[in-house]
Design a protein around this ligand. Structure first.
Ligand SMILES: [Zn+2]
Length: 73
């Protein structure tokens, strides 16, 4: 029986830690590290969120819920 290894290196969406946008692009990359830039809020920095497509969907759902509950009050 042949067991195929799952490929771990799927393309993870990169997400802005501030506005949760996926509008992230590599701003600078080199030996010292990488800087990313968010096209939505103009954030530039080394920190981005990487998560699976599914986790991102969940995150967006949570965001929507919390937005709604804020409006209810
Ligand atoms: Zn952003």
């Amino acid at each position: 029986m042949k067991i195929e290894r799952r490929i771990n290196k799927i393309n993870m969406p990169q997400i802005c830690p501030f506005c949760k946008s996926r509008n992230i692009s590599l701003y600078l990359g080199g030996y010292l590290g990488k800087l990313y830039k968010c096209g939505s809020c103009n954030y530039v920095g080394p920190v981005i969120i990487e998560m699976s497509e599914e986790d991102y969907r969940k995150l967006m759902e949570e965001e929507e819920k919390s937005n709604r509950s804020q409006q209810v009050d």
